[in-house]
Design a binder for this molecule. Structure first.
Ligand code: HSE
Length: 398
């Protein structure tokens, strides 16, 4: 029997409880006969109508000091006290499983190191892509590859909004209101629409793929708030759709490029048809070629599915560290974004701007904005030529 504590009984925490209870028998078959049961649930709120009210505690001490608890599930979100509790649980020799991307992106290096020293595991499959397997594929299934590039639709809320703008011709504000009405977007949607959520996720993927800690705060991040219905319509003229993409590239000399920004995805590309709240991650490896992961990137049971898979994995490796890690590197290994070559979809504020871009493909103009797509060129050169005379979106070519 393996005893688990769940910290945080929100949407994901209650999903984890439900999946562990519902699938108890089938889970036991996957752990070599060991049953997994929930012994404590930490939450500051009261749940008097819960089927097992005796499991609830408001004190972390009840968990960290309980020698029977072998696995702690941290689904509280935020940095504090999730960081302090996770660290204390690992130092007490307990495995920790999390869905907390902000914590993994900020303190993952240290928490994985402590896990290694304690011969336990810090597992975070649910932190990126919700229910989609991506952490384990990157660290295990694709381990034979040199991982070269990742393109991810990593945020369901923004993908829902952009899909509405594309299919219904909605404005950003209308599409956001619809996402809020359906419960996909939060009342304060900043973390999603400004790209902060996708930034933490691509930081985790870039760190895993490169083996070097990519600090999320160094990743240039742009959300979707500036995208207009008109941009979407002119992208359509270029046979493309606009999506928020987390992009990471590992160069041959082991440098890392990472960015979150809207991109034009040519129709026919695998990522162009990923719609609504769905997520997808395209990974390029030197042996596998392209491999794409697609599914539900959020939600109670999809996220719980990934968390409980980690619980099962932890149960099978109670005192064996799985060596899922990256290392902190002092010297700067990030690619200068100005050197990255791309085509640019330009929204220029004057007709003559396009003249400075020989070979550009004109798309037309409307209400004082001239749209065109440049030839491929380094970003620094492009920005110099544009010289602030408009805005732009990068075109995905890979
Ligand atoms: N707000 C996130 C999304 C939830 O919309 O994808 C999962 O991290």
């Amino acid at each position: 029997m393996i005893k688990v504590a769940i910290m945080g009984y929100g949407v994901v925490g209650s999903g984890v409880y439900e999946v562990i209870r519902k699938n108890e028998k089938s889970i036991a078959k996957k752990t070599g006969g060991k049953t997994i049961t929930v012994k404590h649930i930490l939450d500051l709120r009261d749940f008097p109508d819960h089927e097992q009210p005796q499991l609830f505690t408001k004190s972390f001490e009840d968990i960290v000091n309980d020698p029977e608890v072998a696995i702690v599930v941290e689904v509280m979100g935020g940095l504090t006290p999730a960081y302090e509790y996770s660290k204390a649980a690992l130092l007490a020799g307990k495995n920790v499983v999390t869905s907390n991307k902000a914590l993994v992106a900020e303190h993952g290096t240290e928490l994985m190191q402590i896990a290694k020293e304690q011969n336990v595991n810090y597992l975070f499959e649910a932190s990126v892509g919700g229910g989609i397997p991506i952490i384990r594929p990157l660290s295990q299934c694709l381990a034979a590859n040199e991982l070269e590039e990742i393109y991810g639709i990593l945020n369901g809320t923004t993908n829902f909004i952009l899909t509405k703008m594309i299919t219904d011709g909605a404005d950003f504000e209308e599409a956001l209101a619809e996402a809020q009405r359906l419960g996909y977007a939060e009342r304060n949607p900043e973390a999603d629409v400004e790209g902060y959520d996708a930034c933490r996720k691509i930081a985790i993927l870039a760190s895993l793929a490169s083996g070097k800690y990519v600090n999320w705060s160094t990743i240039e991040t742009e959300g979707i708030t500036k995208i207009t219905r008109r941009d979407v319509a002119f992208a359509e003229k270029f046979q493309a759709v606009i999506k928020l993409i987390g992009h990471a590239k590992i160069t041959e000399d082991e440098k890392v490029y990472a960015r979150v920004s809207p991109m034009l995805i040519p129709k026919g590309h695998q990522l162009a048809d990923v719609n609504g709240v769905f997520n997808a991650i395209l990974v390029k490896g030197d042996s596998i070629g392209d491999v794409m992961f697609y599914g539900q990137g959020a939600g109670k049971l999809p996220t719980a599915s990934a968390v409980v898979a980690d619980v099962i994995d932890a149960a099978k490796h109670i005192h064996t560290n799985k060596l899922i890690t990256w290392k902190e590197v002092k010297e700067n290994f990030m690619v200068d974004p100005d050197t990255v070559v791309a085509r640019f979809f330009v929204k220029a504020n004057a007709a003559e701007v396009m003249k400075d871009f020989p070979g550009a493909e004109p798309l037309g103009d409307e209400a004082g904005t001239w749209y065109f797509v440049t030839e491929a060129m380094p970003e620094g050169e492009f920005k110099k030529k544009l010289n602030g005379r408009g805005d732009f979106i990068r075109v995905l070519e890979g």
